[in-house]
Ligand binder design. Sequence first.
Ligand code: UDP
Ligand code: MG
Length: 310
Amino acid sequence: MSKKISILIPVFNEEGNISAISEAIHIVFEDTSHEYEILFINDGSSDNSLAIIKELCSRDSRLKYISFSRNFGKDNALLAGFKFATGDALVTMDADMQHPPELIHDMIELWEQGNDVIYTYRADRNEHASNLNQFTSRMFYKIINHLSDVELEDGIADYRLLDKKVVTTFNNLHEDRPFFRGLIKWVGFQQIGIPYTPNARANGETKYSNKALTRLALQGITSFSVKPLFIAIYLGLTFSMLSLLYIPYVIYSLYFHLAISGWTSIIVTIAFFGGLQLMILGILGIYLGKLFVQSKQRPHFIIKESNIIE
Ligand code: UDP
Ligand code: MG
């Protein structure tokens, strides 16, 4: 029996790309024996995306869609797809044609050789990204690998093939804001990476501002490790050690009746430690906030309409 591949595409204001990407996928599967379905997750688009998706779906039963009630973010869109995809393997890819569809052939081949996760990484990161983006992404991976317990490779894309059993594993995770780049590595199984060269975005603009990327980085670190909490302990220890050095000076001054000059050093010390304490409170706060959000157990997404669920 031929195996079925689900192609999962999150869509947020991609009206110019939808026909092109589904056409490209049809071509990929033309000369294979595999069945396939394309599952579009409309993540609260405000343009014509949904209308275009529905139009395409009405003409081809291999096309499915789920439309959210508002924008829930790409990771949640992927989660929804994991839940409703029916294939033996699942490929996640962006709608903007940056992920070359031909690569699906290689992914399927590696999958059939027994790999469970086939991820892609940018072979040449320098060509299409702006300097700032390059810098932030390099910093991002440096920090995350330093602070967290899973090792991430630089330049990993959200373009992968996952075996059904990996998808099932994800469906059983109950994490509030799943951080896929880390979680994929974390789940284990037989993994293999292949390099790819990203195309330029076909239409529209990137949905990620630098602000959003910073938030993603913070989320990546704090959802994978409690190492930042140790910063407080190390800082505290360092400064208590340093303050020991001050004791001989104080005794010396007392003995020789020297007045220790005061105001400036006190203000500087207060300001410094005030700032330090606030920073550490902030770190504590992030973790507390995560507990707070998690404890509410809100759904990851809300589905407004779909052609696969009644
Ligand atoms: N996307 C989404 N929800 C969002 C932001 C993005 O579903 O809130 C989708 C978007 O439509 C695209 C993919 O995620 O298919 C990647 O987005 P984009 O190309 O803007 O990211 P970049 O390639 O610049 O990292
Ligand atoms: Mg893109």
